[in-house]
Design a protein around this ligand. Structure first.
Ligand SMILES: [Fe+2]
Ligand SMILES: [Fe+2]
Length: 199
C-alpha cells in the first residue's frame, strides 16, 4: 500500500494535486475536485469570505479516492486508521480518513483544522468547525450524480440564509432517509442532533 504514499511532490501544490490524481488514473476525481474548489469560491463570493485553509482542504478532500476499492481496508489497517463496525458495511466512507493521511504524509499538510475538514468532509460530526462546514457544503453542491439535483438545489436555497442552515438541510435529508441509506454514519447523526438544537 506504500504506492499511495510514495508520490514525490514538486512544491507546486495545485500541479501536484493534479499529478497525484492522474498518476493513479483518477481523472474523474480530479475534475470533481476542481468543481468542489469552484463551489467553494461561489460560497466565498456569496458571503464575502471563507476560512483560510478551506481551499487547501477542498483540493485534498478526495485524495483518498485514489485507493482502489479492494485495497481500502488493507490501506486502513496498514496505516492504523480505525474502521468502525458500521464503516465495515460501507468501506468507501473510509476515503475521508484516507484523504487525511495522504494530505498529511504526501502533501505535508500539518494544520489540524485543514486535516479535520478533510477527515470529516463526507459525514460531518458534532460541532464541526466553520471550515468543516464549508468543505462539506462545497462537496455536496458539486454533486452531479443523477437523483441528487433536487437535494443540491435545496441546499443552495438554504445557503442563501447561512452555511449552518445549508448543512442542517443536508443532515435533515439524511435523517429523513435513514431507513434507505446504505449507511447513516454515527458522526452524521450526531451532527444532525447538534445543528437541530443550535439553529
Ligand atoms: Fe468525498
Ligand atoms: Fe468529493
Amino acid at each position: 500500500m506504500e504506492k499511495y504514499l510514495n508520490f514525490k511532490t514538486t512544491g507546486d501544490f495545485q500541479k501536484d494535486i493534479e499529478s497525484y490524481f492522474l498518476v493513479y488514473d483518477k481523472l474523474d476525481k480530479y475534475e470533481h475536485t476542481l468543481d468542489v474548489v469552484r463551489e467553494l469560491h461561489n460560497i466565498e463570493k456569496q458571503f464575502g469570505s471563507i476560512e483560510q485553509g478551506s481551499e487547501i482542504a477542498c483540493y485534498c478532500h478526495d485524495l483518498g479516492r485514489v485507493v482502489d476499492k479492494e485495497e481500502i481496508v488493507e490501506f486502513c489497517i496498514e496505516n492504523n486508521i480505525e474502521i468502525t463496525d458500521e464503516e465495515k458495511q460501507m468501506p468507501s466512507i473510509l476515503h475521508q480518513k484516507i484523504s487525511r493521511i495522504i494530505a498529511e504524509t504526501v502533501f505535508k499538510i500539518r494544520d489540524e483544522n485543514i486535516l479535520n475538514a478533510i477527515r470529516y468532509h463526507a459525514t460531518s460530526r458534532r460541532q464541526p468547525s466553520k471550515m468543516e462546514i464549508e468543505v462539506l457544503l462545497a462537496d455536496k453542491l458539486s454533486w452531479k450524480e443523477e437523483g441528487y439535483e433536487k437535494l443540491v438545489k435545496e441546499i443552495r436555497e438554504a445557503l442563501k440564509h447561512s452555511r449552518e442552515k445549508a448543512i442542517l438541510y443536508y443532515l435533515t435529508d439524511l435523517e429523513l432517509n435513514k431507513e434507505t441509506l446504505p449507511l447513516y454514519h454515527k458522526d452524521s447523526r450526531e451532527a444532525y442532533e447538534y445543528f437541530k438544537q443550535e439553529i
